[in-house]
Design a protein around this ligand. Structure first.
Ligand code: ADP
Ligand code: 5GP
Length: 201
């Protein structure tokens, strides 16, 4: 298949516990050519999380050094921790023609979108707020205090939905992954992303 000279970037956001990581894992299983950007964070790893796979886990001084040295495309604070995306890591992939998927919260998504306005923004919601709470608890990884902080942040985040291009309901992982795959496919068919097909040799 013909490939665009440069890869495309796409963003997925949504409240903590809605199932973004689970849906993204299914998307990657079906689109192994996609690159998932592994973020940097100062949060403590959850049981089962692997450094370099789920996140690059760093301490606060190292994260603040990365901010000072301009290494991050965007960064934000979430629930008392820093999270950020390495500009170099994703630009390397995009330059190689590889499509890149970011799982970032709403502040970071705005920063990226302001710099790269053609980046499609997808927001994942739960079937209901009660289901979100059940999933956060069912994950069994966070203390009650952390869960409460994440639920109150979720209410704030839901107000940002109207900035997003696409809304995905994570009722089943299968349905949500299908929606993400369909959106990525349609985005890839945009004339701007296919201009390379029209170039005369
Ligand atoms: P996020 O990455 O958005 O914080 P996770 O992917 O960690 O969320 O999912 C939170 C919890 O919800 C996990 O225990 C996961 O197995 C579960 N989960 C995710 N999607 C679904 C779904 N469609 N139906 C039921 N449970 C789900
Ligand atoms: P968690 O601690 O549940 O893994 O992630 C908390 C929030 O941080 C989620 O909303 C997730 O999308 C967001 N997040 C993860 N990586 C990044 C990042 O690199 N930048 C920003 N801005 N948010 C991120």
């Amino acid at each position: 298949m013909n490939k665009n000279a440069r890869g495309s970037l796409a963003i997925i956001s949504g409240p903590s516990g809605v199932g973004k990581s689970t849906v993204i894992a299914e998307v990657l299983r079906r689109r192994p050519d996609l690159y998932f950007s592994v973020s940097f964070t100062t949060r403590t790893p959850r049981p089962g999380e692997v450094n370099g796979v789920n996140y690059h886990f760093v301490d606060v001084p190292e994260f603040e050094r990365m901010i000072r040295d301009g290494e991050l495309l965007e960064h934000a604070q979430y629930s008392g921790n820093y999270y950020g995306t390495s500009a170099k890591l994703i630009d390397e992939k995009l330059e190689q023609g590889i499509d890149v998927l970011l799982d970032i919260e709403v502040v970071g998504s705005k920063i990226v979108h302001d710099q790269r306005p053609d980046t499609p923004l997808m927001f994942v919601i739960p079937p209901s707020f009660e289901v979100l709470e059940q999933r956060l608890r069912g994950r069994n990884t966070d203390s009650e205090e952390v869960i409460q902080r994440r639920l109150s942040r979720a209410k704030e985040e839901l107000k940002e939905i109207y900035r997003y291009d696409y809304l995905i309901v994570n009722d089943t992982v299968e349905n949500a992954a299908e929606d993400v795959l369909a959106i990525l496919r349609a985005e890839g068919c945009r004339t701007a992303n296919r201009a390379y097909l029209l170039k005369e040799e």
